[in-house]
Write a protein that binds this ligand. Structure first.
Ligand code: PHE
Length: 339
C-alpha cells in the first residue's frame, strides 16, 4: 500500500455520482462496509513501515471522512430526487392552471364599496338570518303595517320571528344600537324576497345600504353623496333625478333614477322607453328609528340609502337576464375579469 493508491481512492470518491438510492448503498458497502475498503486499509496500516505510518494514517482518515460526507450528501439529495422524478415524463405537455375569475356581482359590489370607502364610509356586514325586530319593527314597520307587503318575506316555518333579511337595513340598526354617532357605514350583502323568478327579478339579490348620522346632516348631504357616487360609478355624463317616495324608516323619502346607460336617455326596452332607470331608495332617517336605537333625535340627524347590485351590474355588462348571475354557468362567469 502506498499513498498513490490511497489518493486514487480519494479521486474515485469525489467523482462518484449515483442515480439511485441502491447505488448509494452499494457505494457505502464498498467503502464503509464490514469487508469494505476502509477496513482493509486500516488492517494494512498496522503492517506499514513506521516511517510512513503517520502520513498513511492521515490519508486513510481523509478517505473515511470524504466517503462519509459523500454518502450524506447523496442520501439527502439523491434519494429524494429519485422518488420525485421516477414517474416523470419530460416529453409530456405541461399542465395548465385554470385561474378562477371573480363573480360579476362581486366585481360590481367591490367597485361600489370602494367609491363609498374613499369618501369615509366604513363597511359593516351582518347576518342574513334576522329577527323580526331588526328587519321590521326597529325600522318603524310594526306588525300588520301594510309596508310589510312591500317586501315579501321568507319566514322560518317553526318560528315566524326568525326570517331571511329582506334588506341590509337591519345591520344599520345593529350598528346604531351599539355605536355613538358620528356613524358613517355601508352595509353590503345578500338579501331575500319571496318573488317570482323572472328575467328581471330574483328571490336572492344583493344590496348596499348606506347610513350617515351626525349633527346637522341634511338632505343636501344625501344628494351630494349620491351625485358623487353616480358620477364615479357610471361616468361624468350620467344624469340623476329624485322622485318623492315612501319608506317607513325615512322621512322625507325619495327614489333616485339615473339616465339609461344603454340608450343614453333616448328610450329603449331596458328603460321601458322612459330614458331613466331607478337604482336606489333613500331619505332622512325617521326620528322614531333613531329613538328605537337610543340615539337622541334632537341632537342627531342622518340619511340612509339602499341600492341594489344586480341592476347596475346588468347595465354595466349589458346583461339582459338576472337569472344568469345565479346559475353558475362557467361559460358565463369566465367572461369577467378583475384585479
Ligand atoms: N331598505 C330599502 C329597501 O330595501 C331601501 C332603502 C334604504 C330606502 C334606506 C331608503 C333608505 O327597499
Amino acid at each position: 500500500m502506498d499513498s498513490v493508491e490511497i489518493e486514487a481512492l480519494l479521486t474515485e470518491i469525489s467523482s462518484f455520482q449515483a442515480s439511485s438510492a441502491a447505488e448509494v448503498e452499494e457505494f457505502r458497502v464498498r467503502f464503509l462496509g464490514k469487508k469494505g475498503v476502509l477496513r482493509e486499509l486500516f488492517a494494512k496500516l498496522k503492517e506499514a513501515d513506521a516511517s510512513s505510518k503517520r502520513e498513511l494514517g492521515l490519508l486513510i482518515n481523509k478517505v473515511k471522512e470524504s466517503a462519509e460526507q459523500k454518502i450524506t450528501a447523496l442520501s439527502n439529495y439523491g434519494a429524494d430526487e429519485d422518488s420525485l422524478f421516477e414517474d416523470l415524463d419530460p416529453t409530456l405537455p405541461g399542465s395548465t392552471h385554470h385561474l378562477g375569475t371573480r363573480h360579476p356581482i362581486s366585481i360590481v359590489k367591490n367597485r361600489m364599496c370602494e367609491i363609498f370607502e374613499r369618501i369615509g364610509f366604513k363597511i359593516s356586514e351582518g347576518p342574513e338570518i334576522e329577527t323580526d325586530w331588526y328587519n321590521f319593527s326597529a325600522l318603524n314597520i310594526p306588525e300588520d303595517h301594510p309596508a310589510r307587503d312591500m317586501q315579501d318575506t321568507f319566514f322560518l316555518q317553526t318560528d315566524p320571528d326568525i326570517l331571511l333579511r329582506t334588506h341590509t337595513s337591519p345591520q344599520q340598526i345593529r350598528v346604531m344600537e351599539s355605536t355613538e354617532p358620528p356613524i358613517r357605514i355601508i352595509c353590503p350583502g345578500r338579501v331575500y324576497r319571496n318573488e317570482t323568478i323572472s328575467a328581471r327579478a330574483h328571490c336572492i339579490f344583493h344590496q348596499i345600504e348606506g347610513l350617515y348620522i351626525d349633527e346637522n346632516v341634511s338632505f343636501a348631504d344625501l344628494k351630494h353623496t349620491l351625485f358623487h357616487f353616480t358620477k364615479e360609478m357610471f361616468g361624468e355624463e350620467t344624469k340623476t333625478r329624485f322622485r318623492p317616495s315612501y319608506f317607513p324608516f325615512t322621512e322625507p323619502s325619495a327614489e333616485m333614477d339615473i339616465s339609461c346607460l344603454i340608450c343614453k336617455g333616448k328610450g329603449c326596452s331596458v328603460c321601458k322607453n322612459s330614458g331613466w332607470v331607478e337604482i336606489l331608495g333613500c331619505g332622512m332617517v325617521d326620528p322614531t328609528v333613531l329613538e328605537n336605537c337610543k340615539i337622541d333625535s334632537k341632537k342627531y340627524a342622518g340619511f340612509a340609502f339602499g341600492l341594489g347590485v344586480e341592476r347596475p351590474a346588468m347595465l354595466t355588462y349589458r346583461i339582459n337576464d338576472i337569472r344568469l348571475f345565479f346559475e353558475n354557468d362557467i361559460r358565463f362567469l369566465k367572461q369577467f375579469q378583475s384585479a
